[in-house]
Design a binder for this molecule. Sequence first.
Ligand SMILES: *Cc1c(COP(=O)(O)O)cnc(C)c1O
Length: 399
Amino acid sequence: MTLANGLTYLAIPGPSVMPERVLQAMHRAAPNIYEGELVDMVPGLITRLKSVARTKHHGAIYIVNGHGTWEAALANTINPGERVLVLATGAFAHGWADMARSLGIDVDILDFGTRATFDHDAIDTRLRASDAHSFKAVLAVHTDTSTGIRNDIAGLRKTIDAAGHPALLMADCMASLGCDRFEMDAWGVDVMVAGSQKGLMTPPGMGFVFFNDKADAARDGMKRVSGYWDWRPRTHPDVFYQYFAGTAPTHHLYGLNEALLMIEDETLDGVWARHATLSDAIWAAFDHWGTGGQIEINAENRAIRSHSVTALLVHSDKATALRNWCQTKTGLTLGIGLGMAKADAPEWHHFFRLGHMGHVNAQMILGALATIEAGLNAVDIPHAAGGVMKAADVIAAKA
Ligand SMILES: *Cc1c(COP(=O)(O)O)cnc(C)c1O
């Protein structure tokens, strides 16, 4: 029998759950893009986006997904043949590295594997090596969505400065913006990229690139930047269409406006605190279920666990069965494991992820966890019973 009919929860780490308010805001006739409400709304929208990014500098909107922002950031700062250092703690850093290579950029990777965060001593050593002066930028992912590992970006800036290295610091906050604390200016980040479809609760299709004056100076050193990727007209438009190098993403902008209103109502500190507490509840459940070592949170150290996505590994090949059971029997869709095993390898079935970014609250998380506990029983994954109660204790104590 299926019990899936009813309100479903798409608990994959992006796209995330869309609030009814965002959907309603998008449900309207096409607006005029030459004058009127939409045209008047956009400058303020960018200012409000910059507050969520905690920057006073520049913010450009592109009609792209996250991959597009990777290209946009590099296209304005790094010439073909120049070098960057990529710090990898999961698949998304390698994705950004691949994008750089495809643009003709020379890429060096420091790979910390899939279960650890940055080793700042190793980064320091790399940045002081005799060939390191040529790195124009250090590329880092704040929360790597494949591993659920959250890296210390403020600490990375300190490491770069301590090594006396002039590289730009670029951060991918696709999975963390509007979920985990991130302070672009205070942490000394020069370029930050993010998208609409995760913590910002809006459909995929808008990418954001924030940059400071140091990054903008690198733009002056570019041999060529295409009229489409150029961030200058987008941040200093003479005519409205230049914000987007063409037609505005009309309905996405209305959705984003509503999502930002929701964040402003709750306050960004409130949003961060909600994600942190819900994460505590999730960890309490999984850490309890895994008492006997049969199921584990990929990031063992709590201090490096993301507040928006949790990557799990199961010491049996039943993670796929668990996902299928939850989806078809209950209406809860869990995320596949990403970057941990090839899709045709037996190990593929050992991994899954729980997305808890954006429009999620305590009843959704407790419901998801109770569903997962039912699923662990149903598909026979060994675990210590009672993880849901541990999560409920966290919610009761902290709410
Ligand atoms: C989702 C994500 C991306 C890629 O975004 P797309 O919209 O799929 O191109 C990049 N980096 C991180 C950390 C992500 O979570």
